[in-house]
Write a protein that binds this ligand. Structure first.
Ligand code: NAD
Length: 497
């Protein structure tokens, strides 16, 4: 068991609250790390350090900030294998998938390297006689980032590189289930030259999170996690006067029209449903098969699902690793018998799957449920595991209506060869991210990521230009340098002439 530390003011700090939790390797079931859970005063120390660092960092030149970010990009890239191993050891996802996560996080570091272009203001000359106007964007102060277990490297990297590039200082609170990759990212930032106090990290549970939501020095909160906690974070931080972006859970539908290439659609459904053991907020969890292709599509998905190789993430032969905890694995598995009782057809039953040599790991197989209806628990809940539901629809309209009735609106996809149908779908569907023959449409770094409805509380999506706007506030400066001939009192409202 190794001791995990907070990172405050540029150095590792031991937990002092006396409260700890275990970090576990999901492939073996063994506790591998002892995680300190921060008290209110430990959170306050991190916020104080960030507030102190803000004075100098917010004044640092764009050249200084970008030099540090370029160096950071190189360091993270050089350590990507190590970061991926840390992710696999605590999250469980397979190494290649973990490497993909690091790469997608690096995209945002690369975006942040271009901050001078993104932060450029606008100006208008001579809006009135001898009057010029300039719009500029300035940092907010100390911002908090609270992140989920399923992307312990990528999601923190959605937040802090842009936040610090904009001149803010940061306190991160990573997931207590798999914190080590986030810790390593923060250590590397110090190594790259991010000044002490600019990027801090505290571990913890609700005590730490709630302190960040109410601390008077915190100007803004970025949150990614489940819908109930996203709503709690949004409501509490907003009530305390903070700017908030709180990204929540999802139930992503893939609509397959009868003219689609069914082999490609089946490949996409299996990859997007079972990749990372279904623990992705952009995972496809519902396939909507439009008549008459349901039976054929389910057959093709089942064929592929039975071939998914399950094993520890460290084995290059594994395609899917374990779930993050035993409790989560059991909860995920419970949806399969429940769906059967409620009238679904269990086409592939992955429950009870054991990986030889890893009997204590938190493994389950992949499951495929057909003839699922919207009243079933497997449809209504975010399962967040390798259980794919298939709902049959009679028409495009019926499929669209089903998708638009969902309380979530994160990602969705349509599979078709018909450009007109795809165009209608992209305009008519109520979701923040839409794929056309792309099952997991996570936007590239220079577009923003975010869902609709219960998948995002707040106005700003994350990263991209929305991210820059979230981490800055606008100011408009109106300037007149008087000419010696100017003068005289005028009580009228300023007009432009
Ligand atoms: P979670 O909501 O349980 O935890 C997220 C963070 O909130 C963690 O740091 C956790 O410590 C903290 N937290 C947990 N309970 C809390 C409480 N009662 N009060 C205050 N803070 C609390 O989420 P998770 O299980 O770590 O992650 C999975 C969820 O995240 C899924 O619902 C998934 O869809 C969602 N997610 C969404 C996105 C997105 O972009 N929309 C991305 C990744 C994950």
């Amino acid at each position: 068991m190794h001791n995990i530390h907070h990172w405050i003011d540029g150095k590792a700090v031991e937990g002092a609250s006396g409260r700890f939790s275990d970090v576990t390797n999901p492939a073996t079931g063994e506790a591998t790390g002892r995680l300190p859970l921060a008290s209110v005063s430990e959170v306050d120390t991190a916020v104080e350090s960030a507030a102190k660092a803000f004075r100098a960092w917010s004044q640092a030149s764009l050249t200084k900030r970008t030099q540090v970010l370029f160096d950071y990009r190189e360091l993270v890239n050089a350590h990507r294998d190590e970061l991926a191993s840390l992710i696999t050891a605590e999250h469980g996802k397979v190494h290649s998938d973990a490497l993909g996560e690091v790469a997608r996080g690096l995209e945002i570091v690369e975006l942040a390297c271009g901050i001078p272009q993104l932060l450029k203001g606008q100006s208008s000359t001579q809006v009135s006689t001898r009057v010029d106007v300039e719009s500029l964007r300035q940092p907010l102060g100390v911002v908090a980032g609270i992140t989920p277990f399923n992307f312990p490297a990528m999601v923190p990297m959605w937040m802090f590189p842009l936040a610090i590039a904009c001149g803010n200082t940061v306190v991160l609170k990573p997931s207590e289930k798999d914190p080590s990759a986030t810790v390593r990212l923060v250590e590397l930032a110090t190594e790259a030259g991010v000044p002490d106090g600019v990027l801090n990290l505290v571990h913890g549970d609700r005590t730490a999170v709630d302190r960040l939501l109410e601390h008077p020095e915190i100007a803004a909160v970025s949150f990614v996690g489940s819908t109930p906690i996203a709503k709690h974070v949004h409501d509490t931080a907003s009530a305390n006067g903070k700017r908030v972006q709180a990204l929540g859970g999802a139930k992503n539908h893939m609509l397959v029209l009868p003219d689609a290439d069914l082999d490609q659609a089946a490949d996409a459904a299996v990859s997007a449903a079972y990749g990372s053991a279904g623990e992705r907020c952009m995972a496809v969890s519902v396939v909507v098969a439009v008549d008459p292709i349901g039976d054929e599509l389910v057959g093709k998905i089942a064929e592929r699902a039975r071939e998914v190789r399950i094993g520890p993430g460290t084995d290059p032969a594994s395609e899917m690793g374990p779930l993050v905890t035993a409790e989560h694995r059991d909860r995920v598995a419970s949806y399969v018998p429940k769906a059967r009782e409620q009238g679904a057809e269990v086409v592939v039953d992955g429950t009870g799957h054991v990986v030889a040599g890893h009997e204590n790991g938190f493994f389950t197989g992949v499951s495929l449920l057909d003839h699922v209806t919207p009243d079933m628990d497997a449809y209504r809940d975010e399962i967040f595991g390798p259980v794919l539901c298939v709902v049959r629809a009679k028409s495009y309209e019926e499929g669209l209506e089903l998708i638009n009735s969902s309380p979530w609106g994160n990602g969705t996809a349509i599979f078709t060869r018909d450009g007109g149908a795809a165009r209608r779908f992209q305009l008519e569907v109520q979701a923040g991210m839409v794929g056309v023959n792309v099952p997991i449409p996570v936007p590239v770094g220079y577009h923003s990521f975010g869902g609709w409805k219960d998948s995002l509380f707040g106005d700003h999506h994350i990263y991209g230009t929305d991210g820059v706007h979230f981490y800055t506030r606008g100011k408009v400066v109106t300037t007149r340098w008087p000419d010696p001939s100017d003068g005289g009192v005028d009580l009228g409202f300023p007009s432009n002439s």
